[in-house]
Design a protein around this ligand. Structure first.
Ligand code: HAM
Length: 422
């Protein structure tokens, strides 16, 4: 127990962290190119926010939230997603009273209590963007383009982008009736959860993972046929912009998302080869959410992409950054007097902007070279007794396989120069 992590969580170990840093750097660069600003919200929120925001009949709220009472008796929940918290923050700080639309992004851990399996965790990480204040279909297309651009920058191939429109409060009741009429004769065959959903939110049944429920909704009419003229026009607009951007998509009329706040556009991106949990991202428009959270009527659209799943897909496709060396320079010492000079030289190197390390275990020179190799050091600096006497060091370029004797005084300058030239 003391030496095992909680089920569904991951340790990101030192030899994998460069993949995360690469992904995070690529995300920050992408967001800069699109003019999105970063926002950071707490990892827990008042439970009520997710009831109102995500929806009471969703799997997330019904079964997956980490909810607890704090010592003051308040009900708090570890955030299962990032959209409702961003909306809460923007209302709390009045960000929406400035220039619209607001274009925000976040990267961070989310928490859902679901059965762990390949690609599904209880603590996972999302990169999300939210655009608040514009109803323009170009914004829907922009966020979709942005997600696809990220995958492209990472080198991911063979992705399947599915888009749909899930309508608005005007056309949804029409679809709801159609769906209830279709499922009415078989209500008793639905799973207990979906029997409850039948009356409250029948559209949710489309998203049930139960085999029998899936069979029963397979031939149910889709919302496409019930869309009102405005929703139809908006959806056509989004598709047109996607075409302008040269983005390949597939309209999937049965696509419903796991959160209740969506209106109009809904989309999901799937990657092959990573198992059943193949959704590497999803999002859509949520024109009623800001109001549901107690704010003015403001439209919004965004996405959330699962970083673990993106990294899994990259590993599956054999792409990703090569490991970064631990240090650029390793300073090895022969003899105890030399060790004292090592310490001074190390600090000078670091202050000059180079990464440098040495031995702290009184290893033999041979073992120090081995450690230098493990660290991936490009340069080995060797201080021996002879060198001490002559006030010099030996600098070995491990890549080129040559070495030079340099005066101790010039070593920092020499190395900074060599590393910069590289
Ligand atoms: P979501 O579809 O629930 O949407 O999650 C987005 C992505 O997070 C998924 O496509 C998947 O890649 C990843 N993900 C979800 N659950 C897990 C899990 N248990 N383990 C690993 N990865 C997971 C949202 O969360 C919305 N807030 C997205 C959004 C933003 N819509 C509008 N704005």
């Amino acid at each position: 127990m003391l030496t095992t992590r909680p089920r569904g969580t991951n340790d990101i170990l030192p030899d994998e962290v460069h993949r995360w840093q690469y992904l995070e750097r690529t995300i920050a660069e992408l967001c800069r190119h699109y003019g999105y600003q970063e926002i950071r919200t707490p990892v827990f929120e008042h439970t009520e926010l997710f009831y109102r925001g995500v929806g009471e009949t969703t799997d997330i709220v019904e079964k997956e939230m980490y909810t607890f009472l704090d010592r003051g008796g308040r009900s708090l929940t570890l955030r299962p997603e990032g959209t409702a918290p961003v909306v809460r923050a923007l209302l709390e700080h009045g960000l929406h009273s400035g220039m619209l639309p607001l274009k925000l992004y976040y990267v961070g851990p989310m928490f859902r209590f679901s059965r762990p399996q390949a690609g599904r965790f209880r603590q996972f990480h999302q990169f999300g963007v939210e655009v608040i204040g514009s109803k323009d279909p170009a914004v829907d297309a922009e966020v979709i383009a942005m997600a696809m651009d990220l995958y492209h920058r990472l080198g991911l191939m063979d992705l399947d982008l599915m888009v749909n429109s899930v309508g608005c409060p005007a056309c949804r009741p029409v679809h709801r009736e159609v769906l209830q009429a279709h499922l009415g004769p078989v209500v008793a065959e639905l799973c207990p959860t979906c029997q409850g959903r039948y009356g409250k939110n029948p559209l949710r049944i489309m998203d049930c993972k139960g085999t029998r429920c899936q069979e029963l909704v397979r031939h149910a009419p889709t919302i496409t046929h019930s869309l009102c003229p405005d929703c139809r026009q908006h959806f056509q607009g989004v598709l047109r912009y996607l075409e302008i951007a040269g983005i390949k998509y597939r309209v999937e009329e049965r696509l419903v998302r796991g959160l209740d706040y969506y209106t109009n556009t809904a989309f999901e991106i799937m990657a092959g080869g990573i198992g059943a949990q193949s959704a590497i991202g999803g999002g859509g428009r949520y024109d009623g959410l800001v109001e549901a959270c107690g704010g003015p009527s403001l439209p919004g659209v965004g996405f959330g992409l699962g970083l673990e799943r993106i990294l899994l897909a990259m590993a599956e496709q054999g792409i990703g950054p090569s490991p970064t060396p631990v240090v650029e320079v390793y300073v090895a010492a022969a003899g105890s007097e030399a060790r004292q000079h090592v310490f001074g030289l190390l600090q000078h190197l670091r202050l000059a902007g180079l990464s440098a390390a040495s031995d702290n275990m009184e290893r033999s020179l041979k073992a120090q070279f081995k450690q230098a190799d493990r660290y991936g050091a490009r340069f080995n600096v060797i201080i021996g007794e002879e060198e001490l006497e002559s006030g010099t060091v030996i600098i070995r370029d491990m890549r080129e396989g040559n070495q030079e004797q340099v005066s101790l005084r010039d070593a920092v300058g020499y190395l900074t120069d060599r590393v910069a030239r590289r």
